[in-house]
Write a protein that binds this ligand. Structure first.
Ligand SMILES: Cc1cc2nc3c(=O)[nH]c(=O)nc-3n(C[C@H](O)[C@H](O)[C@H](O)COP(=O)(O)O)c2cc1C
Length: 199
């Protein structure tokens, strides 16, 4: 299934085509494809180029390692994410190289995850990010150092058939994608003033 964004203006194709599926095809992700998606995160921008993201990755073929990552998700997310061929746990570094709080690490982890999602979409795959997770379990499961904060989990794979999902999730899979209105998000010079439609 595909759910391209119904955009007001034409966008770059992988940005238009990226979405967050819950149904994944029963198709594994080849190691070089996985590495290409991860490479997109490596080249994401970050404050002072600190690259504060870390991801722990497991493929379903990995058996116990995949099951251990899956167990870090909440019950609702596990219901569909157990069929994804790849899971990743995302961590953000808490401190800068100077030992100060890394205020932009969450922001930069998000940028890295979105870079991966766009790269995945360009290659016919999709990523579904999740915050419905057990953070202490993430740390314990992978042995993350204290300086890394557990933040998100990502499912990666080829989109599948919504009919494979349990009832309510199948309905959500088919629901239209929505966004706030353009003029509610972007302002011209002063808060609340609409940008001209045709500058
Ligand atoms: C940080 C973050 C956390 C999210 N957590 C969950 C989650 O726990 N479970 C879930 O099903 N979707 C989760 N999502 C997916 C969002 O619901 C989804 O991105 C949003 O509805 C927009 O849909 P789209 O990505 O298809 O455009 C999360 C997305 C982000 C970026």
């Amino acid at each position: 299934m595909h759910k391209p964004a119904d955009t007001d203006l034409p966008l770059a194709v992988p940005i238009r085509d990226r979405w967050s599926p819950r149904a994944f095809a029963d198709r594994s992700v080849a190691p070089d494809v996985l590495r290409t998606v991860l490479e997109a995160a490596r080249w994401a921008p970050s404050a002072s180029n600190q690259q504060p993201w870390r991801y722990v990755v497991a493929r379903r073929e990995d058996g116990p390692a995949f099951e251990a990552l899956l167990a870090c998700l909440n019950e609702i997310n596990q219901r569909w994410a157990k069929h994804a061929p790849v899971l990743m746990l995302g961590f953000a570094k808490r401190t800068t190289p100077q030992g100060k709080p890394a205020f932009y690490a969450h922001h930069d982890l998000g940028a890295a995850s979105l870079s991966m999602a766009i790269q995945a979409a360009a290659m016919g795959l999709q990523i579904h990010q999740m915050a419905g997770i057990h953070k202490p379990a993430m740390v314990e499961t992978v042995g993350a150092p204290d300086d890394f904060e557990p933040m998100t989990t990502l499912a990666l794979g080829y989109p599948g058939d919504p009919d494979t999902l349990p009832g309510e999730l199948a309905e959500r899979e088919r629901a239209p994608r929505t966004r706030h209105r353009f003029d509610d998000l972007f302002f011209a010079g002063t808060w609340g003033d609409a940008l001209p439609a045709d500058p």
